[in-house]
Write a protein of this length. Structure first.
Length: 66
């Protein structure tokens, strides 16, 4: 939703954070949703982000994991 702006303002930093949080479950999810790949989504988002955005996303992820 954050990546595409579906019903919410597009926010690549927030999208990156939530994809990172989903990554540990990605293998199990991939078994059910063969057409969607969390690692590929992360690559796609990172290609659109600058280093400052990636740093902000990593900081947000770290805060959520505490």
């Amino acid at each position: 939703m954050y990546e595409a702006g579906w019903g919410i303002t597009c926010d690549l930093i927030e999208a990156w954070v939530w994809y990172q949080l989903a990554l540990p479950q990605a293998v199990r999810v991939a078994a059910h949703f063969k057409y969607y790949s969390v690692p590929e989504a992360l690559k796609r988002i990172e290609a659109s982000m600058n280093q400052s955005q990636i740093d902000a996303a990593k900081k947000r992820l770290s805060a959520l994991k505490k």
